[in-house]
Design a protein around this ligand. Structure first.
Ligand SMILES: [Cu+2]
Length: 198
């Protein structure tokens, strides 16, 4: 009896070790993948994009979907910060810094509702996400440099539909920029990101 228990314990111990190692390998694998090309990026869009000039910054536009998205007016009406806190929606760039000159933003809507991309200048003292927001829930677009808000094409339009992409090419001077989605309520919901141009 005594010996058998010892063997069982040894087997149990061995199993734990294997599980532990497997966990390590899985963890390492994930970390490796994350360093390569982000998964949100691979989702892509249904658009056929032409050869895009300059440095291409891929932008993922996201939202969590869910019940709150079923009623557009419900989520953005309302007072101040109630309900809609930062991070519900997102706008992510695949690089935080690019060289000055020709820069193309390729915005892909990975969410469930329309989005857009607007490039705004950012002064030295300004932080992203701190622009004044109008009663309609739109950020101040002072100095707007350009936008991508059209389906499967360049420039301004009516918004980028889920699963679609829009793009815009701009000549950017060195400095800091804030890339946002400025559909009503989306800026406050977290759709902004910083880009440094060197
Ligand atoms: Cu948006």
């Amino acid at each position: 009896m005594r010996k058998k228990t010892a063997i069982l314990t040894a087997i149990a111990g061995g199993t734990l070790t294997i599980v532990g190692l497997t966990g390590l390998f899985l963890g390492a694998g994930n970390a490796f993948n994350a360093g390569q090309s982000p998964s949100w990026f691979a989702s892509g869009s249904s658009c056929v994009t032409p050869q895009l000039p300059g440095t291409v910054v891929n932008v993922a536009l996201t939202d969590m979907g869910g019940p709150m998205m079923g009623n557009d007016t419900g989520m953005m009406g309302g007072s101040g910060d109630s309900g809609m806190s930062s991070g519900v929606m997102g706008l992510r760039l695949d690089q935080a810094q690019v060289a000055h000159g020709s820069v193309t933003f390729l915005a892909t809507n990975d969410g469930n509702i329309d989005h857009e991309l607007v490039v705004l200048p950012l002064s030295d003292s300004q932080s992203v996400g701190t622009r004044s927001v109008s009663g309609e829930g739109q950020a101040d677009e002072d100095g707007n440099l350009g936008e991508a808000s059209s389906n499967c094409s360049a420039g301004a339009g009516e918004g980028i539909a889920p699963g679609s992409s829009g793009w815009v090419t701009l000549k950017l001077a060195p400095g800091r920029y804030e890339v946002v989605c400025n559909l009503p309520g989306h800026y406050r919901a977290g759709m902004y990101s910083e880009l440094t141009v060197s």
